[in-house]
Design a protein around this ligand. Structure first.
Ligand code: 3HC
Ligand code: NAI
Length: 701
């Protein structure tokens, strides 16, 4: 018989139920059964007058076992049964919180008669981030303690609250000192008066004031904007409202019904996929956790421009000193000025103390002298995107960098192996591809060259985590993962316009799909001059990027940077405005090609945009340039504003049905061929997609 992950023992007159199920004591079936058995044992133990539930290891219970949601069929006992048992006892039960008491974990605690915590404990109901809502009575019990407004805020945001805040709200009864939750609980138990000990279900503290309140409608209206198109947040409000309109048991039934509705929704499948995908990106089959990362105590960044400045900020924000090198003092002064201005903006918003800004700036040492890079453990190059300039820089770095230093390039389009070949240490060369603005965007593509050493990869991944990035390992191909896919997406946006959609309609369809920004607005942000440069290079190499339409746009139109791109912009305003000059270019181009514009629905536009990503993503996957389909999804969610609740492009394809997606892609390809449109050649279905569908597979695996 396997050992239960929950044990029972005794200290004096207190029975202690310890959940010991690493890593986070999630409420698997075995944990629920163990809680049931051990709590029953405690209630029946004549030697004890109170029980404590505590977590072993680093945390209290961090929630339901999310892996069980995917497997389906969660098994008896149900969490609500366990909670009802805890609440029903004649002896008081105290939850002793440390680490994170989240989701079902907090729901267990809310079913206890008392909750005590160590100061560093965090509590929260983050189910909404998984596309679901608290399904173990959390919406009903929390509302009884804190009222509607706070319950809605906590449950629809999924925020984690520190113990002190939870105490002030009445969620936690007592915050003790130190780090040992059991010690806190035992001293609290010693101070307990004789009963009766009120059950949370009988508490009225939070209910009275909010019965019939307008807070529910206000929350719905606000979420309709802030969580547009999302299913779970509105259901969370419905569930909280039930606490105010229904008796407790009926409220629980309503909560369960809403929970099941969320669980059955594609958005929950998407968000649960994202939860695991985000954690899977750290796992690299041939770079095991046992591979030691190199020590990074001093960093150097080359180039203090748009990217170099933001990259330097990332490191000093994490307390790692940076030497920032540029060609001359003028460039350095400009770069340092931008960094200082960025920090000053954060200080002005009250999000950073002036002393902290000063400390961070003092960690950046500007220099024009390569000799100053000699002690750097990691050097990140972010100079001009020019193969000759990079060659010169890497040859020089090879001369000055110490043995064992990692030489990273932030190149977005150049061949990393060619860059590495300019050094005598290609094993130490890696790509660290940040996204603009580099101090804000969470994504870091870590690019593996042909010769990159495993410990260099391990170090880049670890450093990425240290500076707060989500790092995804990608292969060395044109555009790596994100930009390689986005080329076809941007091209497809132009093809849609050529065929009859308007620029605004295409962007609007992308927004309605849930993307943070439409493809044309994105082009204007990235800079049409930069796009033009990439297009010229790709066209010269016989590759597709953009359409001849983009060549017709006046090269002086650079996008947001000069107020004229696909759109026009008023000075100091980023709102894209339609520009008749661009419309005229589009009309002329259609006339020249004899194209009669046709109407598009938003759905058709969104499908063509997203499937262009999916088809290229499948090619990337088959070539091994991404390790998993989920890695591609994470790239898109953290680098390109793809809505997490859609799961990323690859998961979206799975949820849409790979066979249906392939049928559409096949049709788009046939249409492009029939129209003699070489710009649409990328619609040739990815062999992997064709194979998976032929084999009846539902996912990328
Ligand atoms: N279920 C299953 N596995 C979980 C889990 C959970 N609730 N929470 C974490 N894990 C796993 C992770 O997948 C990871 O596994 P891996 O090592 O194999 O990759 C491991 O635990 C460690 O997780 P992290 O890498 O995320 O560790 P951190 O220390 O960075 O973070 C955490 C810990 C804050 C607990 C974070 O993992 C987290 O936020 N977990 C999810 C919490 C959550 O959403 N709880 C609600 C669940 S839904 C629910 O309770 C429904 C109920 O109302 C019925
Ligand atoms: P930028 O033009 O803003 O900055 C480049 C900086 O490098 C300038 O300050 C310049 O003086 C300096 N520089 C040029 N040659 C140098 C040399 N030999 N030694 C030292 N410094 C030198 O360019 P940006 O946009 O910051 O791009 C830098 C790199 O980052 C490029 O490889 C680019 O492809 C990549 N990148 C750019 C992104 C973007 O959105 N701008 C996104 C991701 C990567």
């Amino acid at each position: 018989m396997t050992q239960s992950p929950v044990r029972y023992d005794r200290q004096g007159a207190v029975g202690i139920v310890t959940v010991d199920s690493p890593p986070v004591n999630a409420l698997s079936q075995a944990v629920r059964q163990g809680l049931w058995d051990r709590v029953t044992e405690g209630f029946n133990d004549p030697a004890v007058t109170a029980l404590v539930i505590v977590g072993a290891g680093r945390t209290f219970i961090a929630g339901a076992d999310i892996a069980e949601f995917i497997k389906g069929g969660m098994g008896e006992p149900d969490l609500n049964e366990v909670n009802a048992l805890i609440e029903s006892g004649a002896k008081p039960v105290i939850a002793a919180l440390h680490g994170t008491a989240l989701g079902g974990g907090l729901e267990v605690a809310l079913s206890c008669h008392y909750r005590v915590a160590v100061p560093k404990a965090l509590v929260g109901l983050p189910e909404v981030k998984l596309g679901i809502l608290p399904g173990g009575g959390g919406t009903q019990r929390l509302s009884r303690l804190v009222g509607a407004k706070t319950a809605i805020e906590m449950i629809t945001s999924g925020a984690f609250l520190p113990a002190a805040k939870a105490h002030s709200l009445g969620i936690v009864d007592y915050v003790g000192e130190g780090t040992d939750p059991l010690a806190v609980a035992l001293s609290f138990a010693a101070s307990l008066q004789a009963g009766p000990h009120k059950r949370t279900r009988d508490r009225e503290d939070g209910l009275a004031a909010d019965r019939g309140s307008s807070v529910f409608d206000e929350a719905r209206a606000s979420l309709a904007k802030s969580a547009r198109n999302q299913f779970a947040p509105q259901r969370c409000v419905d569930a909280v409202e039930a606490a105010f309109t229904l008796p407790f048991d009926e409220g629980l039934t309503r909560e369960r019904d809403l929970f099941m509705q969320c669980m059955a929704h594609d958005q929950a499948k998407a968000l649960i996929h994202v939860f695991f995908a985000e954690r899977a990106v750290t796992k690299i089959p041939d770079v095991l956790p046992s591979v030691p990362a190199r020590k990074i105590a001093q960093v150097a960044v080359l180039g203090s421009g748009t990217m170099g400045g933001g990259i330097a900020m990332n490191f000093v924000n994490a307390g790692i000193p940076v030497r920032l090198l540029d060609l001359d003092q003028v460039a350095l002064d400009r770069g340092m000025g931008v960094i200082a201005k960025n920090y000053a903006g954060t200080v002005a918003k009250g999000k950073l103390a002036q002393t902290e800004m000063d400390k961070r700036l003092s960690l950046i040492q500007p220099t024009t002298d390569y000799a100053d890079l000699a002690d750097a453990d990691l050097i990140v190059e972010a100079v001009f995107e020019d193969a000759d300039v990079k060659a010169k820089v890497f040859r020089r770095l090879d001369e000055v960098a110490k043995k064992g230093a990692i030489l990273a390039s932030n190149t977005s389009t150049l061949d990393l192996d060619a860059i590495a070949a300019h050094t005598k240490r290609p094993a130490d060369v890696i790509g660290m591809h940040f996204f603009s603005p580099a101090n804000v965007m969470k994504l870091l593509e870590v690019v593996r060259g042909r010769h990159t050493a495993p410990d260099v990869i391990a170090t880049a991944m670890a450093v990425g985590k240290q500076i707060g990035k989500v790092s995804v390992l990608v292969g060395n191909c044109d555009g790596f993962v994100g930009n390689r896919m986005v080329q076809y997406y941007a091209t497809e946006a132009q093809r849609l316009v050529i065929e009859g959609a308007s620029i605004e309609q295409v962007d609007q369809a992308a927004l309605e799909f849930g993307l943070a920004m439409g493809p044309f607005a994105m082009g204007d942000l990235a800079g049409l001059d930069v796009m033009g440069f990439i297009r010229a290079r790709r066209v010269a190499a016989g590759l597709i990027y953009g359409t001849p339409l983009s060549d017709r746009i006046d090269p002086a139109r650079k996008g947001q940077k000069n107020g004229r791109g696909w759109y026009r912009y008023e000075p100091g305003n980023r709102t894209p405005l339609p520009d008749p000059e661009v419309t005229a270019v589009i009309d002329a181009y259609r006339a020249e090609r004899g194209i009669t514009p046709r109407n598009f629905s938003s759905e058709e536009i969104a499908k063509r945009l997203i499937y262009s990503l999916v088809n290229e993503g499948a090619k990337i996957l088959e070539e091994g340039m991404a390790l998993r389909a989920g890695d591609i999804d994470i790239v898109y969610i953290y680098g390109y504003g793809f809505p997490a609740w859609r799961g990323g492009p690859m998961k979206f394809a799975e949820l849409s049905g790979l066979d249906k997606v392939l049928a559409d892609i096949t049709r788009y390809h046939a249409d492009a061929v029939a129209a003699g449109d070489a710009d649409g050649a990328y619609w040739e279905p990815a062999p992997l997609l064709t194979r998976l569908v032929a084999e009846g597979k539902k996912g990328f695996g």
